[in-house]
Design a protein around this ligand. Structure first.
Ligand code: NI
Length: 173
């Protein structure tokens, strides 16, 4: 397995719609494993392939706490087949927007159909944090960041802060 570099916003690769995979073969399985290792190393609970520069519809999640058994989930070509009318407001962060958080409204529970790491079609009912996580990661596959779901004022504030922190120290010559 290998850790992959995580892309930080603003970056055009985070704004692209990712392509479906034909099937989950050895190459996609390897990508899923590398993404899982990368996500765990970064203390994230979810990671989508575009965040490591791969524009494919692949995501990984693990919402287990440190003191719980790991619960790794690998998905390719995920689709929401049902969403609750009931919505919930939760604070979200993102490995591509380090140290930035904002409240986002989303359906409280969703049912997702996807291909697992063995290319089997599966469905999973997600609720609470899992529902937030899977919807957030699926947004990445559409080129949408959580800041695209908040007010322009808040979004610009966050993006300005990130651009500043990336600028680095001035060079004196
Ligand atoms: Ni994210």
């Amino acid at each position: 397995m290998a850790r992959l570099p995580i892309i930080v916003a603003p970056d055009p690769r985070l704004k692209v719609k990712a392509k479906p995979v034909d099937k989950v073969d050895a190459e996609i399985r390897q990508l899923m494993d590398d993404m899982m290792e990368t996500m765990h190393a970064a203390n994230g609970i979810g990671l989508a392939a575009p965040q490591v520069g791969v524009l494919k519809r692949v995501l990984v999640m693990d919402i287990a706490h440190e003191d719980e058994e790991p619960n790794p989930i690998r998905m390719a070509n995920p689709e929401i087949v049902w969403a609750s009318d009931e919505e919930e407001l939760r604070e979200e962060g993102c490995l591509s927007l380090p140290d930035q958080f904002a409240e986002v409204v989303r359906p409280k529970s969703v049912r997702v159909r996807y291909l697992d790491h063995e290319n089997e079609v599966r469905e999973m009912e997600c609720i609470g944090l899992q529902a937030v996580c899977v919807q957030h990661e699926m947004d990445h596959l559409e080129g949408t960041l959580f800041v695209d779901r908040i007010s322009a004022l808040k979004r610009n504030m966050i993006l300005r802060k990130l651009t500043k922190s990336r600028r680095g120290k001035p060079v004196t010559v």
